[in-house]
Design a protein around this ligand. Structure first.
Ligand code: IDP
Ligand code: MG
Length: 140
């Protein structure tokens, strides 16, 4: 298991509000190397599969609709301690709880539309990177 990688998505709200480049800047300025990058729109099946762990949650349908309403940026990131450091950079799920200086504090409008995704474990980072990227699309 590679512990130096994580996966992120800039969610549709970030793209709609013109925050794509400021967020990518924050990510690079925090020491993450972008080793794969894709601008794409997920279809409903992809979004349902990506978030299948939440399929029993009350917000699942809204989450799938939100994540498919427009394009996202998907990226694989490399840095020592990538998963934990990236979770620190993005802040709490609910921007009201997110610390000053975090991406969600700065850009997220609500707990649902919260600007970015970040993997929660090395295992999930591996699964999520492979969900969105072929091996030959990763430049490490
Ligand atoms: P995380 O993105 O901080 O890891 P998770 O609990 O894994 O948070 O939830 C995945 C995503 O589902 C969140 O980023 C958010 O978009 C959405 N979500 C989580 N909890 C709620 C909620 O209580 N209401 C609405 N949307 C939620
Ligand atoms: Mg999560």
């Amino acid at each position: 298991m590679n512990t130096n990688r994580t996966f992120t998505m800039l969610k549709p709200d970030s793209i709609e509000q013109g925050n794509m480049l400021p967020i990518l800047n924050m990510i690079e300025n925090s020491g993450f190397k972008i080793i794969a990058l894709k601008y794409k729109r997920m279809n409903r099946d992809e979004a349902k599969k990506f978030y299948s762990i939440h399929s029993d949650k009350p917000f699942y349908n809204d989450l799938v609709s939100f994540m498919t309403r427009g394009p996202i940026i998907a990226a694989a990131l490399e840095k020592e301690n990538a998963v934990d450091d990236f979770r620190s950079l993005i802040g709490s799920t609910d921007p009201l709880d997110a610390k000053e200086g975090t991406i969600r504090k700065k850009f997220a409008k609500s707990k649902g539309e919260n600007a970015v995704h970040g993997s929660d474990s090395d295992e999930n980072a591996y699964v999520e990177i492979n969900f969105h990227f072929d091996k030959n699309e990763i430049f490490s």
